[in-house]
Ligand binder design. Sequence first.
Ligand code: SAH
Length: 260
Amino acid sequence: MCKDKNNFKALKRYGQNFLIDDNILNIIISSSDLNNDDVILEIGPGHGVLTRKLLSNNIKFVHAVEIDTRFKSDLDSLESDHENLKVNYFDAMKFNYLELDPVPNKIIANIPYNITTPLIWKLLGFGFKNFILMVQEESALRITAPKNTKLRYPLGIAIEASGRAEIIKKVSRKCFRPVPKVNSAILKIEINKNFDLVKNSCWNKFLHEAFKFRRKKLTNNLNNLSMEILQNLEISPDTRAENLSCEQWVKLFKIFEMPK
Ligand code: SAH
């Protein structure tokens, strides 16, 4: 059991590692390019260190979604000091983001690491386009992994096909309490094209299907993949999922999606 100086027991199952480094908080803020029209969504505010920083800038509104009601006393006082903050006590994986008013245009958060990939998929599915996220370093490396690398995976391809992801800064695990086993990174994600594709759940399913057995050839994972299709897209029959470019993935998906 790990308790902080206020005798707060951090819960592992909620990925509770609290940011304690003011420099890192300032880097998150400076990379977020804040302006007075910004409506921000923060997932997992915890004690509210980042929330407080966000609110000290000239922005329009902050919506926060927090699963653990033990933070209510911290966040209640922040809410009563700031009319432009609304905290929703809910599971971010089940929350209906369409009900948020005003509509958020940026997601800025130190998110729970145990749900990083499904949470980003979910938020992309709701059409969010700008993200500054603190994630586990390994997740940041996977999301930004280029083709022909072992870390390449479906979410990274989907983001590349619709925009870009960039590591802003690697962050030592010592910047958090309790100190986690792994390092972190600030990741910027921007969605700026193929807006319908990134929200399409069939695209998500298709990429997962293709990566199911990543060591196997693509032809083993995708049943309907004919030699003709491979030749048209100039893909060698020995190719594995990690070897395809994002353009090839998009073309392949369009072929699979077409009514037969
Ligand atoms: N942003 C804070 C806390 C980060 S720890 C800081 O930087 O200090 C991750 C936070 O996400 C915790 O507050 C945890 O309770 C919350 N959390 C974990 N799972 C969640 C979920 N499914 N939905 C919403 N919040 C969640």
